[in-house]
Design a protein. Structure first.
Lengths: 229, 231
């Protein structure tokens, strides 16, 4: 099976500090991955490179069998790959406005947009907060809005950066529950985290980032389709 | 001069609907508002561009902009006068001693205020803002619009401050407007003229209107900053 995302020879350094060095990553459609690693190991950098928000120094990138130059991250790919920040930024509008933001960029028709927002809000249990501005939300509610804002776009690759960090027990539990429901057949989810409960979710493949390289800690390594490059 | 009697006369003038007085107030507001409307789009675009893009000479441009904040209004008037005077490079436009010349002068005066506020607002915006917009699929124009909407309270504060600078300046209006009664006489030039003639009542009445405007602008600023979550 062709990997949904295949990255080879990925390198990134900040001044003298090497964050990624000749790293290779294969993500399959519909699979859920967790990315572990020490603080500062480069997990956030890797996710941002995959989302086209951070330039890589070197590397080859293929998406659904098509090779791209990471330096020319294609705009079309931004529609398929969505990144959720560790501390999500919510726009100064309402919860509904935040969730619908990406749908406006995609020119989704009004009726369809309303339908998808409604479903996403119900999924994240945000119905009662529909018209609330973000400065009145708790940390857990903000994280749920960010997840709903990403889910509503129906991305093929969802990149989540420490979604349970700095949350209280109840909020954390809600996020873990949502993540458990988040992997429909067509979406590949990659979660950078230290949360043992997320790491232990059934069917999750664990990747570990250390010294700039990725290794597989469970599951069988997928066949590398180097021919795509 | 009896200050109390002059103040009493001033309020009688103001509240009796004195035609000359209210025409002066109208000219002031018209000129300042039009200059603000003309300057705002360009100044906001410049401030956003300086905050967002890195290019050779950017630092010099920012320093120049900040220096223009304290540019004397009379110097703006002088430069504009030399350009617009009959023998100046723009003399053929016959703009000297017209409201249009005053509008140009005041637009030039509020331009750096607006641009500097926008620059500071965009530079100070949360770096996750841009990342989030791009990550959710917004193109360059929508990302720019989203950024400006997110920092709208600071930009609006700049607009109000720009209006304050335009309506209260006297140097440029006097030099390029010429203080012609019923045409280019605004509140500040009228106050200067009436005071020099020893006629204090109209000067006090107009000064009172300027103070009320300044108070209104500051109250609006406080309200906006409160809405924006600023202390």
């Amino acid at each position: 099976m062709t990997a949904l995302v295949h990255v080879q020879g990925l390198s990134k350094r900040f001044a003298e500090r090497v964050v990624l060095e000749d790293a290779e990553l294969l993500l399959q459609p519909g699979a859920r991955y967790v990315l572990t690693g020490d603080n500062g190991a480069g997990k956030t950098t890797l996710l941002k490179i995959l989302a086209g928000l951070e330039p890589a120094d070197a590397g080859r990138f293929a998406y659904a069998g098509r090779a791209f130059r990471l330096a020319d991250y294609p705009a079309a790919l931004r529609r398929d790959v969505v990144y959720v920040h560790q501390h999500p930024y919510l726009f100064h509008t309402t919860v509904k406005g935040n969730i619908g933001y990406g749908l406006v960029s995609r020119n989704v028709p009004h009726g369809e947009k309303e339908r998808r927002i409604r479903l996403a809000m119900a999924w994240a249990n945000l119905d009662h907060l529909r018209d609330v501005p973000p400065n009145r939300l708790s940390g857990g509610e903000k994280q749920r809005v960010a997840l709903a804002r990403a889910k509503v776009l129906e991305p093929h690759v969802l990149l989540l950066d420490e979604p349970t960090a700095n949350l209280d027990a109840d909020s954390r539990q809600q996020i873990v529950h949502l993540l458990g429901e988040l992997s429909p057949a067509e979406t590949c989810v990659l979660v950078a985290c230290h949360d043992q409960e997320i790491i232990g979710l059934a069917g999750t493949v664990r990747l570990h980032l250390r010294d700039g390289r990725l290794s597989l800690l469970n599951g069988s390594p997928p066949a590398s389709d180097a021919a795509v490059f | 001069m009896d200050p109390l009697a002059a103040t009493g006369d001033a309020f009688r003038l103001l509240f009796s609907g004195d035609h000359d007085l209210w025409r002066i107030i109208w000219i002031s507001l018209r000129v300042a508002l039009i200059s603000l409307v003309l300057a705002t789009p360009l100044a906001v675009a410049l401030g956003f561009g300086l905050a967002t893009f890195n290019f050779p000479g950017r630092r010099a441009a920012v320093v120049t902009l900040q220096s223009l904040l304290s540019f004397p209004t009379v110097m703006v008037g002088l430069i504009l006068y030399m350009l617009l005077t009959r023998r100046g490079p723009l003399g053929s436009l016959h703009l000297l001693f017209t409201q249009e010349a005053m509008i140009i002068g005041q637009a030039l005066l509020c331009f750096p205020v607006l641009a500097a506020y926008t620059l500071a607002a965009v530079q100070g915006a949360d770096p996750r803002l841009r990342e989030t917009a791009i990550g959710l699929g917004a193109g360059p124009w929508r990302t720019a619009l989203t950024t400006l909407l997110e920092v709208r309270f600071t930009v609006l504060a700049g607009v109000l401050n720009g209006f304050g600078r335009a309506i209260s300046e006297v140097g440029s209006a006097m030099m390029v407007g010429g203080n012609i009664e019923g045409v280019t006489r605004n509140m500040t030039t009228a106050i200067a003229l009436e005071t020099s003639k020893g006629e204090f009542a109209q000067g006090i009445a107009l000064g009172f209107v300027l103070l009320v405007l300044a108070l209104g602008i500051n109250m609006a600023l406080a309200l906006i900053q409160g809405q924006g979550g600023m202390k």
